[in-house]
Design a protein around this ligand. Structure first.
Ligand code: GLV
Ligand code: MN
Ligand code: MN
Ligand code: MN
Length: 405
């Protein structure tokens, strides 16, 4: 196993040129764009080389099977898509490590007593259609096919159009009891996105929980007008209202200890430099350990939005776009896996994951690999080769502990 780090990073090296974002830095890989297509082709080729049989489910997720697909399967994997300008590890590390770990079992002559699969979930980040964990939520029935079909991307294309172009049969989108019913245990390996393993001085850990989180759209409506001809006193400018809200959010969040509230995107309509906007959309991401806290935080932000809007003669509207409740991973499963690893730290995750979605339906666990920068969703996200190797070793050990033969 001396070369396992190189093996793990070799997988990342194979896809290193796919979806590089020359403008923002890092990677932009979004559902059914050119990069996503290339990554899917790479996955099929790589899995086939190991001897796995790949199928795409009716929601666009890929499953590479060792042995015939069937019940009580041991499933591992993650996602290949990214946020705009994201890092190289969030998602792909879990897929590459899963392929490496399964390849070792295949080459090591293990004869599994249950089906084994490597899965790639579609659009985990929600970067194209605005809905995080799209593929896993469709499978688990946590997103209705009707809602999914109508989701639109930045160019106004619907998911229905884009998915049909990629060959998905839209009549069969949605809850997939067959796919779900096959999973006996799902273990997702992921680069850590915070500093938990740095603080614990450990290369690998297990997830204990995930913060509940959601996305909300706050729309400020004002009066579109001419930037030169309109006196400052005559304006109803929704951008000024939106700015006041964004500036006030840290103060509101401070009243809810441990909560996180982020505005990562503000869109002015129509968006001309010499035009006072007629409306401004502010996308809010809010999270907290307790779901009631997140709800209270969002309500307080909504109240501040109304006040900021009124101050500018505008109106504000708050709409929930998506919500994932907080997750506590099955302690029985995590204890067993930690035992197989000789004891590793348990971490709370501030980031969302497909494993968090599946945890509501099937036994699920997560492994984290240390990120020495503590930065994620940015090009600086990182994992040392030795820690990647430790991650593959841990995943292999976990899979072995769940298999006979
Ligand atoms: C996904 O990475 C999220 O937590 O937003
Ligand atoms: Mn992510
Ligand atoms: Mn991820
Ligand atoms: Mn994520």
């Amino acid at each position: 196993m001396a070369d396992s780090g190189a093996t793990s990073l070799a997988g990342l090296a194979e896809i290193a040129d796919i979806g590089r974002d020359r403008k923002r830095g890092g990677y932009s890989r979004h559902l059914f764009d050119d990069a996503d297509r290339e990554l899917r082709e790479w996955f099929v080729e790589r899995a086939t080389r190991i001897g796995l049989g790949v199928e795409r489910d009716r929601n666009g997720n890929l499953w590479a099977w060792w042995g015939a697909p069937g019940p009580n399967a041991l499933v591992t994997g993650s996602h290949l898509d990214s946020v705009p300008g994201g890092g190289a590890f969030d998602g792909p590390l879990g897929v590459v490590s899963a392929l490496d770990a399964v390849e070792r079992l295949v080459r090591g002559g293990v004869r599994p007593d249950r089906p084994v699969a490597v899965v790639v979930f579609a659009e985990e980040e929600g970067s194209r259609f605005g809905f995080a964990c799209l593929g896993s939520k469709l499978v688990a029935g946590q997103l209705s096919p009707e809602r999914a079909r109508g989701l639109t991307d930045a160019s106004g294309r619907t998911l229905a159009e884009v998915a049909a172009g990629a060959g998905l049969d839209l009549a069969h989108l949605g809850r997939d009891d067959e796919a779900l019913g096959r999973i006996g245990l799902f273990v997702e390996l992921h680069v850590e996105q915070g500093r938990g393993l740095i603080h614990r001085d450990a290369p690998v850990g297990l997830a204990a929980s995930i913060l509940g989180h959601g996305r909300w759209r706050l729309t400020f409506h004002g009066q579109g007008n001419h930037a030169g001809a309109t006196l400052m006193s005559d304006r109803r400018d929704p951008m000024v209202a939106a700015s006041a809200l964004v500036a006030g959010i840290p103060g509101v969040a401070a009243a809810y200890p441990g909560s996180r509230a982020t505005v990562g995107r503000v869109t002015a309509t129509p968006g001309g430099v010499n035009v006072i906007a007629s409306s401004v959309d502010v996308m809010l991401d809010a999270r907290a350990e307790c779901d009631d806290t997140t709800r209270a935080l969002v309500a307080a932000i909504g109240e501040l939005a109304e006040q900021c809007a009124a101050d500018q003669g505008c109106t504000a509207e708050l709409v929930e776009e998506s919500w994932t409740g907080g997750v506590r991973f099955d302690t029985g499963v995590s204890t067993a896996l930690s035992g197989a690893l000789g004891g590793v730290p348990a971490l709370a995750s501030g980031a969302g994951h497909d494993a968090g979605v599946l945890a509501a339906s099937v036994p699920t666990a997560m492994l984290f690999v240390r990120n020495p920068t503590g930065i994620s969703h940015a090009p600086e996200e990182f994992a040392e080769a030795a820690d990647c190797a430790a991650g593959v070793d841990a995943l292999e050990a976990v899979l072995r502990s769940q298999l006979g033969g």
